[in-house]
Design a protein around this ligand. Structure first.
Ligand code: ADP
Length: 382
């Protein structure tokens, strides 16, 4: 069986300065990881260029290839991709040791995340006649956690399920939202299985069940150790149920981080009540509280009282002078202020930025774009 793709690998936060057995006095675990991180980065860059050229060759942009040349190009491409996956594994691993990942909690659609992962492995699975079925019906609209980390966990487990399944096998992805807001999912495969006596070892760094596994399936034995750390980092749990030759099920539960992160407060100011309402609705699923102001004269006292984390000023007139006033006050200098204007006027836009606007958005606004811009401002101000 060919080495198979593994989508992504996860990272972890709890590295300690400890001897790594590298034989170099004074080089702690983090120092060693930093060297590996630099080295893998250096390897990745030229490999990307090689792969880009191979893609051009495969696309026959400079003329048709003979069948034999096509076979050779395909071989370079496949092995190049395998090599890139190994390098990415090592890079993620060393980064997680030397630069513990800072979690970034946001609200996201878990269903979309699972669909993305399944879509990303489907071409590879179908190449090998593997069916992927998913049941995502019991997922809620939103889940509050670190999307990147959750995606790496899911990507890694689904990638392994495909990788360790025989041709013609079946991979099932089942995910649901629990009553307490937690995300629970199971990734099952009909693959080679994991004998009970080694089930606890598979989460150890560089562990592979058989010495020949790396050659048979690809990988370096880092994926599951990173997955376990990532799950722990998010306060969740992971367990495996498996029988040799009968397949495996990885069961993961990740709590919502909603309670552990204070909600951000956004003050939306517009004389039009329906605009205020729409803006509040936009941020309802975004782990934000909103305060609506429709009268300009109430704005300053509302800000002093509510102490928002971000302000959106959408008054038809007067927003810029309010912005100027806010920026001139002692407490209004740092807070992100977004001007929302009905006019897409370059002069007004540049005046707004001159006066210290953090961003400028034109009505009618696109909800996705507005959320992304607000998120960006809030992250910057943390
Ligand atoms: P890698 O996939 O790079 O070898 P992992 O850390 O992801 O590393 O997995 C460690 C080992 O656990 C694998 O080499 C394999 O022996 C075993 N393993 C992981 N997932 C599965 C699976 N779905 N089915 C069977 N064995 C698995």
């Amino acid at each position: 069986m060919d080495a198979r793709n593994q989508p992504e690998k996860a990272a972890r936060p709890d590295a300690e300065e400890a001897p790594c057995g590298s034989g170099e006095p004074g080089l702690g675990r983090r120092g060693f990881s930093r060297i590996v991180a630099n080295l893998t980065h250096e390897l990745k860059t030229p490999l990307h260029s090689i792969l880009a050229v191979v893609e051009l060759l495969a696309a026959e942009t400079d003329g048709p290839l003979t069948p034999e040349q096509k076979r050779q190009v395909e071989m370079i491409r496949r092995n190049g991709r395998n090599l890139l996956e190994l390098i990415i594994d090592l890079l993620n691993f060393s980064r997680s040791e030397s630069d513990p990942e800072r979690l970034r909690f946001t609200s996201f659609q878990p269903r979309r995340l699972f669909e993305e992962v399944v879509d990303s492995v489907r071409p590879l699975a179908s190449q090998n006649g593997i069916t992927i079925e998913s049941d995502l019906e019991r997922l809620a609209e939103g889940f509050f956690s670190d999307r990147t980390v959750v995606r790496r966990i899911v990507g890694n487990l689904v990638g392994n399920a495909v990788k360790f399944s025989p041709d013609g096998g079946l991979v099932s992805v089942f995910a649901e939202s629990l009553k307490d807001g937690a995300l629970s999912f199971q990734i099952a495969d009909s693959g080679i299985g994991i004998p009970p006596e080694i089930q606890s070892s598979i989460f150890t760094e560089f562990y592979q069940a058989e010495a020949g596994d790396a050659r048979r399936f690809g990988g370096v034995g880092l994926g599951l150790s990173l997955v376990q750390r990532a799950v722990q980092l998010l306060g969740g749990s992971i367990e495996v149920k498996s029988e040799a030759d009968r397949g495996s099920i990885f069961v993961v539960s990740i709590p919502s981080a909603e309670a552990s992160v204070p909600k951000k407060k956004i003050l939306v100011a517009d004389e039009d009540e329906s605009v205020c309402f729409t803006l509040s609705e936009c941020f309802r699923t975004e782990h934000c509280l909103t305060v609506e102001i429709t009268e300009q004269k109430a704005l300053l006292s509302a800000i002093a009282h509510e102490k928002p984390d971000l302000i959106i000023l959408g008054f038809r007139e007067g927003s810029l002078s309010l912005l100027e006033q806010l920026r001139a006050s002692a407490w209004g200098q740092e807070i992100p202020i977004i001007i929302m204007s009905a006019l897409d006027s370059p002069a007004e836009r540049s005046r707004a930025f001159e006066l210290g606007a953090s961003d400028f958005i034109v009505k009618p606004f696109n909800v996705g774009e507005l959320r992304a811009r607000v998120r960006g401002q809030l992250e910057r101000s943390w």
